[in-house]
Design a protein around this ligand. Structure first.
Ligand SMILES: [Zn+2]
Length: 290
């Protein structure tokens, strides 16, 4: 399996500040170290610029990211979701991020954009307006074939850390490695079936405490399962890329799931044998909103 790994939401996970024992910079440092250990290079981080207004010192997080040979891309200024705002407001937020992130965006080989929560717009009018603006600005929209739901594992992990429950922490770590492999295989098989050919998969991680702690083991596990990490640019070709932003979708779905849903053929989100595990992690995550 060829996979282009990406990050979302640098320099600060929008849902919450890091808990005691973690910092925004420390979380990204750990992920950078894991990427370096596994020789995964040229990773695009889809960034929000609002944290830089509140915390100018977070600019160093993006400086360090780019100094490692990774890249920065636009993920809006405020991490606003298109279904929640007008097309005009969304476009203004894209442009604000372009201005604020310019020192780092200008160093990237490609000018890329990812919609917050991968929503493409819940009306044809919004979708068309945003697509036209991206085209005008020379921004290529980038979607995702598979996500690992590590943000849900993060909430379960934070509860286990708060409870000082080492058994629960171990369960959260080990179950994530099993789940993430099964989820990736499930999504890539579904993408291959949908597009009629094997795909270079685009995956993502978030800068949350759990991912900082598990990233190295996660990359090692994926490699042991035969994953080859390739540059994102290699995945931005062909019918899958042409399909990005081609249908109305305000749902939290990966690329081929959005296309299938729009065609009236919704696909299962999880592998059948992982539904119960995911539900258990959701239960363990109760009470954590970050
Ligand atoms: Zn995001």
């Amino acid at each position: 399996m060829m996979i282009a790994f990406t990050m979302d939401d640098l320099p600060l996970w929008p849902q919450s500040y890091p808990p005691v024992g973690y910092t925004a910079a420390g979380i990204v440092d750990a992920i950078r170290a894991a990427l370096a250990d596994h020789r995964i290079t040229g990773v695009y981080a889809f960034c929000n610029s609002w944290p830089l207004d509140k915390h100018p010192e977070f600019a160093a997080i993006l400086d360090d990211w780019v100094a490692d040979g990774h890249h920065v891309a636009n993920h809006t200024h405020g991490h606003i979701e298109l279904p929640d705002v007008t097309a005009e407001a969304f476009i203004a937020d894209i442009d604000l991020a372009e201005a604020r992130l310019a020192p780092w965006l200008s160093k990237a080989p490609r000018q890329l954009f990812r919609h917050p929560l991968c929503h493409w717009g819940e009306t044809a009018d919004k979708l068309a307006r945003v697509n036209a603006h991206l085209k005008k600005r020379g921004l290529t929209p980038v979607d995702v074939h598979s996500w690992a739901f590590e943000w849900t594992w993060n909430r379960a992990y934070r509860n286990a850390l708060d409870a000082r429950d080492t058994e629960a922490q171990t369960f959260v770590r080990e179950s994530f490695l099993d789940f993430s492999v099964a989820q990736l295989r499930h999504d890539m098989a579904a993408a291959e079936a949908w597009f009629g050919a094997p795909q270079i998969g685009i995956t993502l991680g978030h800068n949350v405490p759990f991912f900082a702690d598990i990233a190295s083991a996660y990359f090692a596990r994926l490699k042991s399962e035969g994953v080859e990490f390739v540059p994102l640019e290699e995945a931005l070709t062909g019918p899958a890329q042409t399909a990005v932003g081609s249908v109305v979708s305000g749902e939290f779905l990966v690329l081929h799931q959005k296309l299938a849903a729009a065609a009236g053929q919704p696909l299962p989100r999880f592998p059948a044998d992982m539904v119960a595990l995911h539900a258990r992690i959701v239960e363990m995550a109760v009470g954590q909103t970050g």
